[in-house]
Design a protein. Structure first.
Length: 214
């Protein structure tokens, strides 16, 4: 927990909630230990969708399709979403959920390793949501920058790693040290990149919001 739990509980109590289908998908995902975007992140996404009204969204990391359906539902302008997933069991669930939502035509799920798929995409996208393997964000960034159009938004989730990001690498569990190092590199690149203006928010598990200026 990055922010005091009482604040989080209070803030989440103000949330207006989601659709019945999204609630069902979220509940089932949490029961089976499938990560979905946290309530605070959901609120931020609703705001950014309302402000940006993106027409073409790229999502890196589909899981069971919750966030893709979420973005399609709460984008007031409507949009086309392309989402990438490599884990077969989750691909099956995601496709089923897209069908339940009646969004098969509006959401394209590409199966495969995100690193390879990104190289093959043409873009451009006016919003990219990064929510895949955290240790790979830094490796995806060059292709993400190529695909993101000028004035586009790059939103990256789970960047504070439940608070581990501020710890010394020696205070982090050994198996997490590579992710810790790579995420720090990613955050540095986002905040110092000549083509990006980036803000870091301690919402949910931490998100960055970057606008491409050139």
């Amino acid at each position: 927990m990055i922010v005091d739990e009482r604040f989080v509980t209070y803030i989440n109590s103000l949330d207006c909630g989601n659709t019945e289908l999204l609630n069902e998908i979220e509940t089932q995902a949490l029961k089976t230990d499938v990560p979905v975007i946290r309530k605070e992140t959901q609120s931020c996404l609703k705001l950014f969708l309302a402000m940006k009204k993106p027409q073409r969204i790229l999502e890196v990391g589909t899981a069971v399709g919750f966030s893709a359906i979420f973005m399609k539902t709460y984008n007031p302008a409507g949009c086309k979403i392309t989402t990438i997933e490599n884990y077969k069991p989750r691909i099956v669930l995601a496709r089923s959920n897209f069908k339940r939502a009646g969004m098969e035509d509006g959401i394209e799920l590409i199966e495969g390793d995100a690193g390879q798929v990104l190289e093959e995409l043409a873009g451009p996208y006016d919003m990219i949501f990064m929510d895949a393997a955290k240790g790979q964000y830094i490796h995806f960034l060059p292709q993400v920058m190529r695909l993101l159009e000028k004035d586009g938004l790059l939103i990256s989730d789970n960047i504070l790693q439940d608070g581990d990001i501020i710890e010394s690498r020696y205070a982090v569990i050994r198996r997490n040290r590579t992710i810790h190092r790579r995420m720090r590199e990613y955050l540095y690149e986002l905040t110092h990149h000549a083509q990006l203006v980036t803000a870091v928010f301690p919402a949910g598990d931490g998100i960055t919001v970057s606008s491409k200026t050139v």
